[in-house]
Ligand binder design. Structure first.
Ligand SMILES: C[S@@+](CC[C@H](N)C(=O)[O-])C[C@H]1O[C@@H](n2cnc3c(N)ncnc32)[C@H](O)[C@@H]1O
Length: 271
């Protein structure tokens, strides 16, 4: 566990990291539509409304905001929230270029959101919750959600992280990534907020096949913020080790295969 001071220091560092990667972040990551399809099905109860108010917290460059807006068929009014202005600039360009007009980008911390009580039908947060102070974020979500509406937290656990290609083959990756929440930690945190109730936890698993060249490109561009915790020297050594591990483990290094896994928590604000 980190002290508040250490957390604040790490947060500053990480924001610098996100500024560096903002312009090419979307090209470096894999965007999976499956959780968005699932979320739109879960939103059945509000899908008849003429307008659906959604907040995407820790939205980054907007790759999941766009998918959700498309799947909800133009009825969604989006508030895209991130504390990194470079990510938000990229998001604005991206959403506009894709014909989305009903959105507002909001620079804010997830732990103190500039919205009124009971103002959203849905909150999503993708690949970001491990950057937040969890209890504060959950309290804020409970405050701004309307009764009976849903919060979706999409993330990966340390166990899932250790089974993907980076956890298995990139030296020190699991040791450096200390921020991810275990499933029981997330469940426990939700149960501690009186206004929230965990409805279900859905697991996602995706088969990936990628060339070594592409994997190296992703790592060199620090597509996971975990790489921020390597010194330059450590990173160069680890990258060499990674190359070697991939060549040893896969007969064809142009087709490295593995599964990425994620969790989606579906949380209801009690009515
Ligand atoms: C790994 S990225 C995920 C972005 C996007 N949701 C996606 O899946 O592509 C995490 C994002 O959370 C933002 N972030 C980190 N800590 C935050 C905080 N405390 N409040 C708001 N945003 C934060 C970062 O700036 C970054 O854009």
């Amino acid at each position: 566990m980190y002290s508040s001071f250490q957390l604040e220091e790490r947060k500053k560092d990480i924001s610098f990291h996100f500024s560096q990667v903002a312009k090419h972040y979307r090209d470096l990551r894999t965007t999976d539509p499956e959780p968005i399809v699932y979320i739109t099905q879960e939103l059945d109860s509000v899908s008849n409304l003429p307008r659906i108010d959604v907040a995407d917290i820790g939205c980054g460059d907007g790759r999941y905001s766009l998918l959700l807006a498309k799947y909800l068929d133009g009825k969604v009014q989006l508030r895209c929230v991130d504390n990194n202005e470079h990510m938000l600039e990229t998001l604005v360009t991206y959403l506009k270029a894709n014909g989305i007009s009903k959105f507002v980008s909001v620079k804010s911390d997830a732990e103190s959101l500039p919205f009124g009580d009971n103002s959203f039908d849905c909150i999503i947060t993708f690949n970001a919750v491990h950057h937040f102070k969890l209890r504060d974020f959950l309290d804020e979500s409970a405050r701004i959600l309307r009764d009976g509406s849903l919060l979706f937290i999409y993330t990966r656990t340390p166990e899932q992280n250790s089974r993907n290609i980076w956890g298995r083959c990139f030296p020190q990756f699991c040791q450096k990534e200390t921020r991810l929440y275990h499933r029981h930690e997330l469940e426990h945190a939700v149960s501690a907020v009186p206004a929230l109730k965990l409805r279900t936890v859905r697991e996602f698993k995706y088969e990936r096949v990628t060339s070594l060249e592409r994997l190296i490109e992703q790592a060199e561009n620090r597509h996971y913020s975990t790489f921020w915790f390597y010194s330059e020297e450590e990173f160069v050594t680890a990258l060499d080790g990674f190359r070697q591990n991939i060549r040893e483990r896969f007969s064809n290094s142009n087709q490295a295969r593995w599964f990425d896994e994620n969790l989606l928590l579906v949380i209801e604000k009690k009515g």
